[in-house]
Design a protein around this ligand. Structure first.
Ligand code: HEC
Ligand code: HEC
Ligand code: HEC
Length: 420
């Protein structure tokens, strides 16, 4: 008898746990509908904000019409296609400004049809209502594209959309950005852009096995396929020699004394950061560094120190560098203007795990992106043995990242991990 009682209690507890998400769903606040603005000023503001939110990188395919969606995002749970967000029947024509805001703020605008968090509402919830309305007004002026997007290719059970309701209960945060009164306006603007519209943490913050951001390790870096979105917390950035000036230049052009943006970050720069005002780029840098710009070491490491130096710890690496790399990156690793980036002081060389540096050597850059006029960098995976790559990589770190002490040594296991 007592056992049946226990089972019944367990069943009730389970039912309550299962029902919680639905309370949450009901709790998605019904928000007020606002008329869609049509004045030029609001539309221009909306255009700017969609750039700050980098909507293009996901909602426009390489040769596709603007905002027509259909880009496949590969997640550990399968492929998810971005939505058509042009004002067509197949897009957001029927949507209201209230529903659009609910998408950004709660990741859900239709009962029982939550969006997958591949749409970065876990960051966009910080967006203000007036910024949301401006983006909506701008999108409504776009050419409607009557194009449906392919069906998602998610594996079971992730193809059950309603499971996201539980995910939201466990992991989603809510509420627009609350300015920090102890900080100035610039810092707060930077925080709003980085944490909210810019959704930098979607790539740079480690995510748990449910695909939710680990907020206590915000911007601490995370491995991607074969390379990584590096640690961009203040300490890590400063250790690699970044300052406000270098960051703003990198955000504007995708290159600078600390190297180039070459993978996902290239698109972030092209479709978002390069289109912002100097003030907003500076605000982002201020927030990332969390203190007023203070120039740090300029990365011009003195290679001469090891010229003819009998104590050179990586003599073979040095020879490999001179024979394979110096013609583009310069004999002293200082790079070539509008050509190959400097390796001396390069932030990629100084990243702790070295994944991006190894990735660059192993696969090269068949189409240099941030420096379009330079010669493509060849892949060295068939030209150098893993042992040689180890020797070369350690030479690069010893010589060109000497301002970042105590970097772990690259081993063959690191090379094998990237080659996999
Ligand atoms: C990292 C990729 C990514 C970015 C960046 C992104 N989106 Fe999305 N968005 C998606 C995906 C994927 C979906 C579809 C999700 C689903 O099917 O559950 C989506 C869905 C939407 C929807 C819902 C459409 C519908 O009819 O259900 C809207 C509205 C939207 N996005 C607007 C935006 C806006 C505005 C921005 C920029 C501020 C933006 N998105 C940036 C990936 C992205
Ligand atoms: C033919 C010219 C060329 C050669 C040879 C070359 N590179 Fe490069 N390298 C480039 C270019 C161009 C880029 C920038 C790619 C981009 O931004 O898309 C680059 C980028 C890199 C990066 C990433 C730097 C950053 O800014 O983040 C590293 C690391 C690198 N090269 C190392 C090497 C090493 C080591 C060798 C020799 C084994 C080498 N390269 C040989 C042209 C070259
Ligand atoms: C879609 C994924 C993605 C998003 C979103 C993203 N990044 Fe990155 N970021 C990367 C990757 C990958 C790299 C390293 C390789 C490269 O250059 O693409 C990188 C590199 C960087 C670097 C250079 C670090 C170094 O040491 O070389 C900085 C700084 C940076 N990101 C800042 C930002 C900021 C600020 C935002 C938000 C406005 C942002 N990132 C959004 C993926 C992303």
């Amino acid at each position: 008898m007592a056992r049946i009682f226990k089972v019944m209690i367990q069943a009730v507890v389970c039912a309550v746990i299962l029902i919680i998400p639905f309370f949450w769903l009901w709790a998605v606040p019904s928000v007020e509908n606002h008329p869609i603005a049509t004045d030029a000023e609001t539309i221009a503001k909306g255009k700017y904000l969609t750039a700050a939110g980098d909507c293009t990188s996901c909602h426009t395919t390489e040769d596709g019409a603007a905002f027509a969606g259909g880009l496949k995002l590969d997640t550990p749970f399968g492929g998810i296609y971005s939505a058509n967000i042009t004002p067509s029947e197949k897009g957001i024509k029927g949507m209201t400004s209230a529903e659009f805001y609910q998408v950004l703020a709660y990741g859900s605008y239709k009962t029982f049809r939550p969006l997958y968090p591949a749409m970065p509402y876990p960051s966009y919830h910080l967006v203000t209502r007036s910024d949301s309305d401006a983006m909506f007004a701008y999108l409504m002026t776009q050419t409607p594209v009557d194009q449906s997007v392919p069906k998602n290719e998610l594996s079971f059970p992730f193809n059950i959309r309603q499971l996201v309701l539980f995910w939201n209960v466990l992991f989603a945060r809510r509420g627009p950005y609350e300015p920090d009164g102890s900080r100035d306006e610039v810092w707060n603007r930077g925080a709003y852009l980085v944490e909210g519209l810019g959704h930098c943490g979607a790539c740079h913050t480690p995510h748990n096995s449910f695909g939710a951001a680990e907020h206590d390790r915000a911007l601490a870096g995370t491995p991607l396929a074969g390379y990584e979105a590096p640690d961009i917390q203040p300490e890590a950035l400063k250790r690699r020699g970044w300052n406000a000036e270098y960051l703003t230049e990198y955000f504007k052009t995708g290159r600078g004394p600390k190297g180039t943006a070459f993978k996902e970050m290239y698109l972030v720069v092209k479709n978002s950061l390069s289109l912002l005002t100097d003030e907003d780029r500076a605000a982002i840098a201020t927030y990332l560094l969390d203190l007023p710009s203070a120039p740090t070491a300029d990365g011009n490491v003195v290679l001469a120190a090891s010229d003819g130096d009998t104590d050179e710890p990586y003599p073979e690496g040095r020879t490999l560098f001179l024979n394979n790399c110096s013609m583009c990156h310069g004999p002293r690793g200082k790079g070539v203007k509008d050509g190959a980036p400097p390796l001396a002081g390069n932030s990629t060389v100084a990243q702790v795990g070295g994944r991006n540096m190894i990735y660059a050597i192993v696969y090269g850059f068949p189409e240099p992106r941030s420096v379009p006029n330079s010669s493509p960098m060849p892949a060295f995976k068939d030209r150098l043995t893993p042992t040689q790559i180890v020797e070369l990589a350690n030479f690069l770190r010893h010589t060109f990242a000497s301002e970042t002490p105590d970097l772990p040594k690259i081993t063959e296991a690191d090379i094998e991990a990237i080659l996999k």
